[in-house]
Structure formats: C-alpha cells, structure tokens
Design a protein around this ligand. Structure first.
Ligand SMILES: *Cc1c(COP(=O)(O)O)cnc(C)c1O
Length: 354
C-alpha cells in the first residue's frame, strides 16, 4: 500500500499506479474519496484506528473498502454497527510498538499494548473474515531492528491469544535520505522483515503487507523559494513553518539546498538559518543550511526532498502559500534508489515555485 497521508498529489498517485501500486492506505474519508476519484480501480484500506461511524459506512458501502484497523473494543463495535454486521471484513488490530529507532514517533497515540491485546484479538477474530495485526514503528526509522523488535511483540500477542492470523502489516516508517541521515539500504529492512515474518506462528497462507509513505514519495518534490531579505546569516524566504517546512521548523529536519543562480556563485558555502514569510517567531528553520556566502535577496534556491510531509502540509496562513506547481522529469537531490553521480541534479521532480 501507499500511505496517502505522506503526499496526496493526484499526479503522484498516477505515477505510483503506473508503477504497480494498486492498494492505498487511507486515514480519512477525504483520502478515500480522493483516491477513488483519481484511481477508480484502486483498493483503499482504512488504517486509522479511530474513525467516524459515517466515514466507515461510506467507505464500506460506497467505496468498497473492506479493511479497517482498530485498537479498542469500542472501535470494533463501531465498525460492526456501521457496516451492518458485515461478514467480509479484514480487521487489523493495531499494536503499540516502540518508536525508539524513528526520527518521528508514532508510539503514543495508537495501539494496544502487547499484554492487553489478547481479548481484542479474540473478539476481532470472531467477527472478521480475515484477522490482521498491524503496527507502525515511527517515521524515518533508521534501523531494521525496529521491525524485528515489533515482530517479537506481535509473536507474543499471537501466542497469548491463540488466534489464527491472516495478515501481518508492518506499517510505514521506511526511511529516505536527508542531510545527516543516511539509512541502511532498504533491502536490509526487507530481509529483516521477511525473516521475522517466516518465523511467526501464523497461517501458512498469511499475507505480509506494508504501508510505506515517506519512502515512496520523499524524492518526488522540491520547493523553489526566493530570498526576500538577508540579515547576516539569516535568510527571510517565502516559504516556512506554515508551508512546506513544518518539519524543518518544528523538529529541526534538514533538507538539501542548492542556490539557483546563473552564472553560478563561486563563493564558499556558509551556514544559514531561515525565517518563513508569516509574522510569527515560530516561523523559523534553524538548519543550518549551507548556501554560498554571497546569497542575497532576489536569489532563488531549491529545497529538495520535500515530497513527503512537505508539500502535503502547506497552508494559506497569513495569505502566503500560493505556489505554482511545475512538473519536471529530472533527478531528485537525494535518493534511496539511484546513485547520484557526481553531483545532485539541479531541480527535482515536482517543483513548487513560490
Ligand atoms: C503515517 C502512516 C504511514 C506512513 O508512514 P511513513 O513513515 O511515511 O512510511 C503508514 N501507516 C499509518 C497507519 C500511518 O499513520
């Protein structure tokens, strides 16, 4: 599955579909509607453990959704009621697992703890056509051990409950590459997961699922911004915390940057921090971001790797956020999939120019 939350761009959905991705992890009825409107033959799975009853009903009766996740008895009863006691459901119990290897935790909000999963697994087994167990190890997970450890909790829960499990869904969390964050190759993650899956006490025909978001779209978009003002090592730019740079502002995420000036600057790089365009002090990205020391107002530069949780989170706060979207077909600034040799290309796939 592709986790639509990471970037719901219809153009991207089309690219993924053309490359063989036909299942989509949706977390809201809005995402379900968007996917079905863009890709009518796609299969949506509703993987948010807490849903509105009318969203469940619309997903089931109007969009053919059959897979739902849950982490409580309440939600189980809600799903059964909203689908009029459907007997063709795949129900995935979301387990709580550690986020210790992830740059962004998803460990506190959802999931039933291993020791408390037994009753829920047994009750869910009784109404589900297929029973699944899902989890999320946190976003941008830097070690395959995270998945191995989570699978151990899954094993313990299955043994305690003594239920037959048909689906193991290892969720998202697969990493991409950012400055200062170079994860091991994805193959190492897949090997670890396959090994753990093969050794679980599950039905011989059980399926292994995953819901990557970031790993499938981080490379998809860049944002081109303009320097409106320079104050020493601080650049005032026309995108920020309320735009594509939420993670850069709030959790200090670093993205690759590259000055777009012809002829190219021959000044050495120096470290800059950025201010976004709104009037708030929190609209600040500390970085540091290396750019040529003669960077000045009027310059444009590219911020890469904003395909996941970047363009998707832009708002119109304070009257900013209008950008022009341009589709290009050159290489991203970083990649988990291709060797970028010798230097990163100039502009990446889907450029939002502000
Ligand atoms: C956010 C989310 C994903 C995608 O996570 P990534 O870290 O982007 O891979 C997958 N599944 C669920 C339930 C999520 O909430």
């Amino acid at each position: 599955m592709y986790a639509v939350k990471a970037n719901p761009s219809p153009d991207l959905l089309g690219v993924l579909w053309d490359n063989g991705i036909v299942h989509y992890d949706t977390a809201s009825i809005g995402e379900v509607r968007l996917v079905k409107a863009t890709l009518p033959d796609a299969t949506c799975h509703f993987m948010h453990p807490i849903k509105a009853p009318e969203a469940i009903a619309e997903a089931y009766f109007e969009h053919g959704v059959r897979t739902f996740s849950l982490d409580s008895m309440d939600e189980l009863h809600k799903i059964v009621a909203a689908t009029d006691g459907a007997t063709d459901l795949t129900l995935c119990v979301r387990m709580r697992v550690s986020s210790e290897y992830a740059k962004l935790s998803l460990g506190s909000k959802f999931g039933v703890a291993q020791g408390e999963a037994k009753d829920l697994l047994i009750a869910t087994r009784q109404v589900a056509d297929a029973l699944g167990i899902c989890f999320h190890v946190g976003s941008q997970t830097m070690s395959p051990d995270a998945y191995a450890n989570a699978m151990e909790r899954v094993r313990a829960a299955i043994v305690e409950a003594g239920v037959t499990v048909d689906v193991i869904d290892v969720g998202g969390g697969f990493p991409s590459r950012y400055p200062g964050m170079t994860p091991p190759p994805l193959e190492r993650f897949f090997e670890t997961i396959h090994r753990a899956f093969e050794s679980l006490p599950i039905s011989y025909s059980a399926e292994l699922w995953a819901e990557p978001g970031r790993a499938l779209c981080a490379e998809y978009a860049s944002v081109v911004v303009r320097v409106e003002h320079r104050r020493g090592a601080e650049l005032f730019i026309n995108d920020g915390a309320y735009g594509s740079l939420f993670d850069a502002a709030h959790i200090g995420w670093k993205y690759p940057v590259q000055l777009l000036r012809q002829p190219e600057s021959d000044a050495r790089d120096m470290d800059f921090s950025f201010w976004g365009p709104t009037c708030d002090d929190i609209d600040q990205m500390q970085g540091p971001f290396p750019l040529p020391a003669d960077t000045r107002s009027g310059d444009y530069f590219e911020i890469g790797m904003l395909g996941a949780y970047g363009s998707a989170m832009r708002t119109a706060f304070n009257g900013f956020g209008n950008g022009e979207t341009v589709l290009t077909d050159d290489e991203p600034m970083e990649s988990m999939y291709i060797e970028l040799d010798p230097v990163p290309a100039f502009v990446s796939n889907n450029v939002v120019k502000l």
